[in-house]
Design a binder for this molecule. Structure first.
Ligand code: MRU
Length: 349
């Protein structure tokens, strides 16, 4: 079992994903500011994992706030949440998790619960979110496994595995569940430039679990699809709008268009905490622009001329028309997503 993130009394323990696959190191992040920095610098990454990290960051920040004045406690809560919310803009799970912590805190404050008890309840809530995320991934894995035929080769992009969640994974959760049900599954993993989540993390994770994986560079996906070697595509998501448009790692859109062109099913696997039904379409989803160095360097080696212009959007949006189905822990949503997603979340008009 891969240990992505854990609460301990000393702080939040996270595997440093920047160092994989060459080093497996588990540092402790002992203040909320350290947790925020770990999210920003991608020690921890992947939408559900950063949601859990943010919740634990809030719990840590409030546990360690020494004041006993309720007004100061509330002000600190806002500072801690804002610091964590300002780390990365695209994955909605981050904001969903902070909001859930805020709702709990405000309710308990309204009920007159002591600040000491509130501190403990926030820790319990963050741990609960960790457990719920693993349960959601196992449930969505179960729903999705039936969609993958025995003997299929599945292409995935980025890392939507145990490392991107509290455990088990979303896209890789579906693959794991299919493999656990006895199906023979092979995976093609896109390397996923520029941060190489596919090469460094997905390949490491699947290899660790004994699931056959072939690593390809991003520009090889069309070649294998055209040759009939890919049975389906499964990816994760960072935010899914009400119409089913899905933001995910940069390059996902290109994979979806290629899958469509080649008549290959394209599935998005995500927990309902990744849905943002307040956004009508993907056009509203904020796209993070990351540091130019991720493009100009690999590790510390320059691969581009100094001073060259760089663009580095970390995500793109796959229009819903390219998505065959969205697999969640509550079941599988099919087009038209505006209706099926609302039905799944019980938000009928
Ligand atoms: O920049 P990252 O590594 O945080 O991006 C991760 C992805 O795009 C994942 O596919 C997505 O968060 C789903 S993880 C279950």
């Amino acid at each position: 079992m891969i240990r992505t993130i854990e609460w301990t009394d000393e702080g939040v323990v996270m595997i440093d994903q920047r160092l994989l696959p060459t080093e497996e190191v588990y540092p402790v992040f002992s203040t909320y500011r350290e947790v925020a920095e770990a999210i920003r610098e991608m020690v921890v990454r992947g939408a559900p994992a950063i949601g859990v990290a943010a919740a634990m960051g809030v719990a840590l920040g409030m546990r360690d706030f020494p004041g006993e004045d309720p007004g100061a406690f509330d002000a600190e809560f806002e500072l801690v949440s804002r610091t964590l919310a300002e780390t990365r803009p695209t994955a909605v799970n981050l904001f969903w998790a902070i909001e859930r912590m805020r709702t709990l805190c405000q309710r308990l404050r309204g009920e007159g619960v002591s600040l000491g008890d509130i501190r403990q309840r926030l820790i319990d809530e963050a741990k609960e979110m960790h457990a719920e995320d693993i349960a959601a991934n196992r449930a969505l894995g179960g729903h999705g496994a039936g969609l993958i035929p025995d003997g299929a080769t599945v292409l995935t992009h980025c890392n939507a595995g145990a490392l991107a969640t509290a455990g088990y994974g979303t896209a890789l959760g579906v693959i794991r569940a299919a493999a656990e049900s006895g199906k023979r599954i092979a995976v093609f993993a896109d390397e996923t430039r520029p941060f190489l989540q596919g090469a460094r993390l997905t390949a490491w994770e699947l290899h660790h679990d004994g699931i056959p994986v072939t690593l390809i560079t991003d520009n090889m996906a069309g070649y294998f699809m055209q040759r009939g070697e890919i049975g389906c595509v499964i990816v994760g998501a960072d935010r899914i709008a009400a119409n089913g448009d899905a933001a995910n790692k940069i390059g996902t859109y290109s994979v979806a268009v290629l899958a469509h062109e080649n008549g290959i099913p394209f599935y998005v696997a995500a927990p309902t905490s990744t849905l943002d039904l307040t956004m009508e379409s993907g056009e509203e989803i904020p796209i993070e622009e990351r540091n130019r160095r991720e493009v100009t360097h690999i590790r510390d080696v320059a691969i581009a001329p100094e001073g060259i212009a760089i663009a580095n959007p970390a995500f793109d949006v796959t229009p819903h028309r390219y998505i065959t189905a969205i697999i969640t822990e509550r079941g599988v949503a099919r087009p038209p997503f505006t209706e099926s997603l609302r039905r799944l979340t019980g938000q009928q008009d």
